[in-house]
Design a protein. Structure first.
Length: 59
């Protein structure tokens, strides 16, 4: 499913996919967090209303 998903415009790119369908690719942690907080699966796993936090891992 992710084999054809690549970095766009030479930038780090994230794809949020579920059930073989992907949302539009995003380039920032904030954009990815916004997509994930709208996902009912992710929202159902959380017990508090805090936004999803995405952090970059050091190389």
């Amino acid at each position: 499913m992710l084999a054809d998903k690549t970095a766009l415009d030479g930038r780090a790119t994230a794809y949020a996919c579920r059930s073989f369908a992907c949302q539009a690719p995003v380039h920032t942690a904030e954009q990815l967090a916004a997509q994930l907080t709208k996902c009912p699966f992710v929202r159902g796993m959380r017990r508090d209303p805090q936004p999803v936090e995405i952090r970059r891992m050091p190389p």
